[in-house]
Write a protein that binds this ligand. Structure first.
Ligand code: GLV
Ligand code: MN
Ligand code: MN
Length: 416
């Protein structure tokens, strides 16, 4: 760290105000946020973010998947910028911090550097990635996945939500289908600040998580086809009940993941009965499965066991069970040099810290496959996230933003 940089702190009140100002876009009665990607509230927050970036002197551009980039020029514009940011979309019953902290802390870093009159050697570029959450369109983190070449832009543009609206249509509706082809904004590295979304930092009384790895993800779309029939007159042995089948699959997922605990987790988060009626035996159900582990061999074992369990349940109950793997994200090992830079910044600023594995997926995990990337975590209350009760303290958010800023300064350099 240079002398000028080591004394520099972000403006805690300004960051906190920004978090609460944007929480109004999609605010829920329980104090959370519902801001589904590319919906009207997402447009509101994007417009706010664009205006804030422009007011901070950034050159803003939007790519073909709606990701927003705000470039702050550096002394040497021949070098690709250091990237920082996260996402502004939320879960249907999400909180104020997931993604928002990392995006608005990136903005706060720029505002702080502006106020201090600091020019970096390498430019920096702040980013709001489209659809990190994956709850409206699958997969999660789809824009950064396309950025790194895991999917084509055309493929992602054709993905549909449950109402049949495509990503292309949704982008068009809110006016965020941008000009730049996906992947044209290059970076020399990327740093993402995020709440931990788990209980470890809070339990250990640590302020900063130096994230060195991330769990891999398996996402499946499932469909059970049984037979609809009368709830009163169909004898129990003759039923082909899709919901009773799902119940067994839910318990199979729980048991398969539990056997690997604490190295794996498994969840069925969505299920819908077709034409539900209290006096009809369910004949058709669609559902999702989300399984995660930081160990690729465990992910493969889970995949095998899950398919075997589904086949056995299907045969015994004489119902069809289809399980399509729609997304496989390998576990992440963040770039050792960037991880060291995060750790060094946390130490130099005097914050308690520990190395940590991310349980959640993040855009930085995708980006790490094509550039050096790292993450900074701060604690969240009771480890709760993807919930309207999600909470974090101003002091911890400030600490995280300071570590983010000093990591970025170490990477970008201060022009002399
Ligand atoms: C994103 O929030 C994920 O980890 O699913
Ligand atoms: Mn997030
Ligand atoms: Mn999330």
């Amino acid at each position: 760290m240079t002398k000028i940089a080591s004394n520099l702190q972000i403006d805690s009140a300004r960051l906190w105000d920004s978090i609460h100002e944007t929480a109004k876009f999609g605010a829920t009665a329980k104090g959370g946020v519902r801001r589904l990607t590319l919906g009207p509230e997402d447009k509101q927050v994007r417009d706010w973010f664009r205006r804030a970036c422009e007011a901070a002197g950034l050159e803003v551009h939007v790519d073909a998947l709606g990701s927003m980039f705000g470039l702050r020029r550096g002394r040497d514009m021949s070098k690709p910028p250091v990237g920082l940011g996260s996402h502004l979309d939320t879960q249907p019953t999400g909180g104020k911090f997931d993604g928002v902290l990392g995006t608005l802390a990136a903005l706060e870093v720029v505002r702080t550097l502006n106020d201090a009159g600091i020019e970096t050697e390498t430019p920096i570029c702040i980013v709001n990635w489209t659809n990190e959450e994956g709850s409206r369109f699958a997969p999660a983190m789809m824009a950064s996945a396309a950025y790194v070449g895991d999917f084509t832009t055309a493929d992602i543009l054709s993905r549909k939500d449950t109402d049949g609206v495509t990503v292309a249509e949704a982008l068009d509706t809110i006016g965020y289908g941008g000009e730049s082809p996906v992947g044209t904004q290059k970076f020399s590295g990327f740093v993402e600040l995020h709440i931990e979304q788990g209980p470890i930092l809070e339990a250990e009384g640590k302020t900063i998580g130096v994230v060195d790895s991330g769990q891999g993800v398996l996402w499946y779309d499932g469909r059970i086809t049984g037979f609809e029939s009368h709830a009163g007159s169909t004898p129990m042995p003759l039923r082909r009940d899709a919901l009773a089948t799902l119940a067994e699959i839910v318990l199979a997922v729980e048991s398969i993941a539990s056997k690997q605990a604490p190295s794996a987790v498994g969840t069925i988060g969505e299920a819908a009965i077709a034409n539900p009626s209290r006096n009809v035996i369910p004949g058709e159900i669609v559902f999702t499965v989300d399984c995660r582990s930081a160990d690729a061999a465990i992910m493969d074992a889970i995949d095998k066991e899950l398919r075997a369990a589904a086949a056995a349940i299907s045969a015994r109950r004489k119902v069809e069970v289809a399980l399509d793997l729609v997304w496989r994200k390998a576990p992440t090992r963040f770039d050792p040099k960037l991880v060291d830079a995060v750790e060094h910044a946390a130490t130099a600023l005097g914050y308690s810290h520990r190395r940590i594995t991310s349980g959640a997926g993040h855009d930085a995990c995708n980006l790490n496959t094509v550039m050096p990337a790292a993450m900074v975590f701060v604690p969240c209350k009771d480890g709760v996230s993807h919930n309207e009760l999600e909470d974090a303290t101003q002091a911890d958010c400030t600490a995280g933003a300071n570590v983010l800023m000093h990591t970025v300064l170490a990477l970008a350099g201060v022009a002399s």
